[in-house]
Design a protein around this ligand. Structure first.
Ligand code: NAD
Ligand code: UDP
Length: 320
């Protein structure tokens, strides 16, 4: 039985990863400071003997014994990571140093959840792993973009210099049940607005594109990446290569929810990337993976989740 540490394990992706690892028979240690994560996401796991929860901030060193580490700790939505940008940089950089130090001592294999944001506002489409990106190093998004880039550097240094078995996943926009209702991300915003017949807020003209990967597909990819041989460290793009405009997404969500919402336009946030789509050739070749959940199915499951959440916990839906 493997002992697996998941930092950020009470978040949107982390909680589902913990669940899948437990299903597979692993022992799971979930570490989280509950900055954006919630106990409600892991409440159903607390009774498992093989599940352990530690409230801890990854900017501080952590001492546990483990065979594998998934490093997910970091707020992922622009609103959340910009609220305390200094803490975001510390989480990305000090957090990476702490978990890499732990991996070096315990000889654990370690996976970093990096992001498509390391490409910034890309000048190359679709984005391939060889592309170095186009990032504003001092802009509003830089605490996250540059923090994650530095974490990739640290992972590469520990691999090259210390022989740590590292893996880097570059995650593109992912959605699904357990997204934070108020993280301001486009899928959760549009669904909640549509369900409550509030205005659907499109930033800019809505012609900017993103590609959306369903949570279950993403977690499957992360587990496959962790299981690759030590020679493979990535980075590897993980996401859905189908590209949608925000206008198209809004119309689709309005239709699926039968909403009476109006579509309104609001100012585009600073440094908002115009176009984003992953080239997933490496993921297909090395991991034998590609996303299988059509956007419609994933959206319907996410809509169902938020419909229930609005009834069960309206306060949580209103909270930041
Ligand atoms: P999330 O905000 O739901 O989860 C992040 C978790 O990390 C939360 O539980 C939060 O409380 C915890 N956390 C934050 N700072 C911490 C700290 N200093 N110490 C301990 N715990 C801390 O976000 P998510 O969508 O589940 O993202 C998980 C990871 O995947 C993040 O690293 C994110 O950057 C990356 N990622 C996600 C997406 C996406 O679309 N969801 C895209 C690219 C990258
Ligand atoms: N967006 C939007 N309306 C919203 C929230 C987001 O039009 O209510 C846009 C946002 O400007 C961006 C895209 O949707 O162009 C994706 O935003 P999100 O915050 O989900 O992710 P990211 O920008 O990090 O890809």
């Amino acid at each position: 039985m493997k002992r697996v540490l998941v930092t950020g394990g009470s978040g949107f992706l982390g909680s589902f990863l913990c669940e899948k690892l437990l299903d597979r028979g692993d022992e799971v240690v979930c570490v989280d400071n509950f900055y954006t994560g919630s106990k409600r996401n892991i409440y159903h796991l607390l009774d498992f003997h093989s599940f352990e929860l530690i409230r801890h901030d990854v900017t501080q060193p952590i001492y546990v014994e483990c065979d594998e580490i998934y490093n997910l700790a970091c707020p992922a939505s622009p609103i959340h990571y910009q609220t305390d940008s200094v803490q975001t940089v510390k989480t990305c950089v000090h957090g990476a140093i702490n978990v890499l130090g732990l991996a070096k001592r315990t000889k654990a294999r370690i996976l970093q959840t990096s992001t498509s944001e390391i490409y910034g506002d890309p000048a190359v489409h679709p984005q391939v792993e060889e592309y170095w990106g186009n990032v504003n190093p001092i802009g509003a998004r830089s605490c996250y973009d540059e923090g994650k880039r530095c974490a990739e550097t640290l992972f590469s240094c520990y691999r090259r210099q210390c022989g740590v078995d590292t893996k880097i996943a570059r995650i593109f926009n992912t959605y699904g049940p357990r997204m934070h209702p108020n993280d301001g991300r486009v899928v959760s915003n549009f669904i909640l607005q549509a369900l409550q017949n509030r205005d659907i807020t499109i930033y800019g003209d809505g012609r900017q594109t993103r590609s959306f990967c369903y949570r279950d597909d993403m977690v499957d990819a992360l587990m496959r990446l962790m299981d690759t041989p030590p020679e493979f460290g990535g980075p590897v793009n993980l996401g859905n290569p189908e590209e949608f405009t925000m206008l198209g997404l809004a119309e689709r969500i309005a239709e699926l929810t039968g909403s009476k919402s109006r579509i309104v336009h609001m100012p585009l946030p600073e440094d908002d990337p115009v176009q984003r789509r992953p080239d997933i050739t490496v993921a297909m070749d090395v991991l034998g993976w590609k996303p299988t959940t059509p956007l419609r199915d994933g959206l319907l499951r996410t809509i169902e989740y938020f419909e229930r959440l609005l009834v069960d916990d309206p306060e949580f839906c209103a909270a930041r």
